[in-house]
Design a protein around this ligand. Structure first.
Ligand SMILES: Nc1ncnc2c1ncn2[C@@H]1O[C@H](COP(=O)(O)OP(=O)(O)O)[C@@H](O)[C@H]1O
Ligand SMILES: [Mg+2]
Length: 370
């Protein structure tokens, strides 16, 4: 019976495996090759964690794929912070891989990226501290057994990394419950006259969106507990093309779509359009363009290309073409139907139309815009 159950469970693959599962082979090879000192309860040394994020080749020939494409120093500072008594705050505009980096850091350091609190305007204190199992509480009164541990509390007790997503969206008074946790490394449980103390290995990664600043800005008391690392937009078009191709390849493999390289020119095109509209100027620096209201992040470029590939696979010949990405681009650019549409049309007529080799793309965009 047991065998059948586990075989059946094994056959079902999670739609999106956690980083520690998806990259278990790389993490295992890194652990085997890693002879540097590891902080208490870390699965890898800081050097190996940074290599996991940035990629590299191990002495035994194992290739570690880059997860984060960007300045090496940023990753080194982030990893180092987690080995100190300060927590890590990843800050940046949407789509700069804050969530992605946080997941991979937790996976590499603790082997577990699931101790996660999603911050929203409605996040209650119980999500960060603890709650109660009311059935237990009513029949047996307050006791340790009646406690419902939050992911942060579990991370403290087990010496792992906890993650808090979108910290600045959480109401200020709820945010402040993190202060004692981060400064005293303890979580008092006044109802039981006791506490949960963090064991070594515990730390916390929070992410926050630049554009939310001011919504529930961090109190200075809380901010002091964090070392802030700002994740930038990709520095060059080449970097951004690489990020998009790599992610699209991974996502496409999960969806049984053809591998990305067929249609690499279109990826380049999506990235160019996004960068020009974001930056307000064409790549050659000659023509000024207006920026639309959307973020046009790398993450959105990834989803435009993935959708395009799915279109090409299901309704075309599998090769990504201009017609497969035009609608996706339009959807990403035109968020505000009035102002953004004008900006897009102006960009189409003044930049896209004149560009060598972009006729097919111009036509495809005209078709979906009308
Ligand atoms: N510099 C980068 N290196 C690698 N991947 C990136 C980079 N920037 C963006 N991405 C990709 O963008 C996607 C979205 O990132 P995400 O972590 O959700 O953004 P954020 O949390 O900052 O809004 C991820 O799939 C990630 O792979
Ligand atoms: Mg995020």
């Amino acid at each position: 019976m047991t065998a059948t159950t586990s075989a059946a469970a094994g056959a079902e693959q999670a739609l999106r495996p956690h980083a520690e599962e998806a990259f278990a082979a790389e993490l295992g090879a890194l652990a085997a090759a890693d002879d540097r000192p590891r902080p208490a309860r870390w699965k890898l040394s800081p050097w190996a964690v940074a290599t996991y994020l940035l990629g590299g080749t191990l002495p035994d020939g194992t290739v570690v794929t880059p997860k984060y494409v960007g300045p090496r120093r940023i990753v080194e500072v982030a990893v180092t912070t987690l080995a100190t008594d300060r927590a890590l705050l990843l800050l940046g505009v949407p789509g700069t891989a804050k969530t992605w980096v946080s997941e991979h850091l937790a996976a590499a350091i603790s082997g577990d990226s699931t101790l996660l609190v999603q911050g929203t305007a409605g996040t209650p204190e119980e999500a960060i501290r603890y709650g109660w199992n009311y059935a237990q509480l009513l029949t047996h009164g307050p006791s340790r057994d009646a406690l419902v541990h939050s992911p942060v509390m579990r991370a403290m007790a087990e010496g792992r990394i906890a993650r808090v997503e979108e910290l600045t969206r959480i109401p200020a008074d709820v945010q402040d419950s993190l202060i004692t946790i981060l400064s005293e490394k303890t979580l008092p449980i006044p109802e039981l006259g006791t506490e949960t103390q963090a064991v070594s290995g515990f730390n916390l990664i929070a992410t926050a969106n630049d554009r939310d600043r001011g919504v529930n800005d961090l109190s200075s008391a809380l901010r002091r507990r964090f070392n802030t690392v700002v994740l930038p937009l990709p520095a060059s078009a080449e970097d951004e093309v690489e990020i998009v191709s790599r992610r699209v390849g991974q996502i496409g493999a999960g969806l049984d779509l053809p591998a990305a390289p067929r249609g690499a020119d279109e990826i380049r095109r999506v990235v160019t359009v996004f960068r020009e509209l974001r930056g307000g100027v064409t790549e050659d620096g000659r023509t000024k363009v207006k920026s639309p209201s959307g973020t046009l992040s790398t993450a959105e470029a990834i989803s435009v290309v993935t959708n395009g590939l799915a279109l090409a696979a299901h309704f075309g010949d599998g090769v990504l073409r201009a017609g497969d990405i035009a609608a996706g681009i339009l959807g990403a650019v035109v968020r505000d139907p009035a102002a953004d549409r004008l900006i897009w049309q102006e960009y189409l007529e003044t930049v896209v139309r004149e560009r060598d080799g972009w006729k097919d793309f111009y036509r495809a965009c005209r078709e979906v815009s009308s």
